[in-house]
Design a protein around this ligand. Structure first.
Ligand code: IPE
Ligand code: IPE
Ligand code: MG
Length: 249
């Protein structure tokens, strides 16, 4: 027996608050492929199709900031073949999609430690940003060689450096000053954090920025994730009572 899942639609969420920033931990590509008897990389390829549809949907609902976790600082622990395949997939994605993304007003930024990327990948992401940096329909952050702890340490070092150089007083280090040194400087924190494939953890993703994000986790594997899943997440978000430590209104 198969149970059909009935997803929400864009009409279901039209009347409610739309998250300004949605961040997604796109997980489950490997399991999706393995379950089909395919190589893990086939799962990553299928994941790009899910990403295409979700980005289209992000535009349709009017969310302005969209961040996806594409490769973590811990993902280097995977076999070289898979790491190379993922890097190649990103280059291929940018080659194929950057003109369309640019035409649609998407600003494509990479967050994470670029110094750890190969010259070829770094060039690609820098070119993508140079082309699209003035676009503002959607700010699309691709987290690549990204780690939340590394990002925080990097910000701390920059602030320490500014203090040591006499450009800043340590008393002036506050949350805003700190956030201004993160890769997401100038962007609102995610309102909604989505993780596919059921793991109940952050895996070092946006540790500073998700302090008050609403979290929505689905068992759906990322390659199967479609517009309807995003509507489900936003629908659930709209039902949440965001108190930020205060009391219910
Ligand atoms: C997410 O899918 C993509 C990346 C981490 C790059 P996984 O590759 O982690 O898939 P699972 O978790 O092994 O199924
Ligand atoms: C998180 O997924 C990283 C990305 C989605 C890019 P992982 O599959 O690497 O996380 P863990 O190992 O399950 O925590
Ligand atoms: Mg995984």
């Amino acid at each position: 027996m198969t149970t059909e899942i009935k997803h929400h639609t864009i009409e279901d969420i039209a009347g409610g608050a739309i998250p300004r920033h949605i961040a997604v931990i796109m997980d489950g590509n490997g399991r999706w492929a393995t379950a089909k008897g395919m190589a893990r990389l086939a799962g990553h390829h299928a994941g790009v199709e899910a990403l295409d549809e979700v980005l289209e949907t992000i535009k349709a609902i009017g969310t302005k900031y969209f961040t996806v976790y594409a490769f973590s600082t811990e993902n280097w622990r995977r076999p070289a073949d898979e790491v190379n395949g993922l890097m190649h997939l990103l280059v291929e994605y940018l080659d194929k999609k950057i003109a369309k993304l640019h035409a649609e007003g998407v600003c494509v930024r990479v967050i994470g430690d670029r110094s750890g990327l190969s010259e070829r990948v770094r060039q690609k992401v820098e070119n993508a940003y140079a082309l699209t940096k003035d676009n503002d329909a959607v700010i699309f952050n691709i987290a690549l060689n990204y780690g939340g702890r590394q990002e925080i340490v990097h910000a701390a070092r920059q602030l320490a450096q500014a203090c040591a150089a006499g450009e800043m007083n340590w008393q002036d280090i506050d949350e805003d000053a700190f956030a201004a040194h993160l890769d997401t400087a100038g962007q609102p924190d995610p309102d909604l954090l989505i993780r596919s494939s059921g793991e109940l953890r952050l895996s070092n993703f946006m540790l500073w920025q998700v302090a008050y994000s609403e979290i929505w986790i689905t068992d759906t594997l990322w390659p199967d994730f479609r517009a309807g899943d995003l509507f489900d997440a936003v629908f659930a978000f709209q039902k949440r009572d965001r108190r930020f430590g205060g009391l219910k209104k």
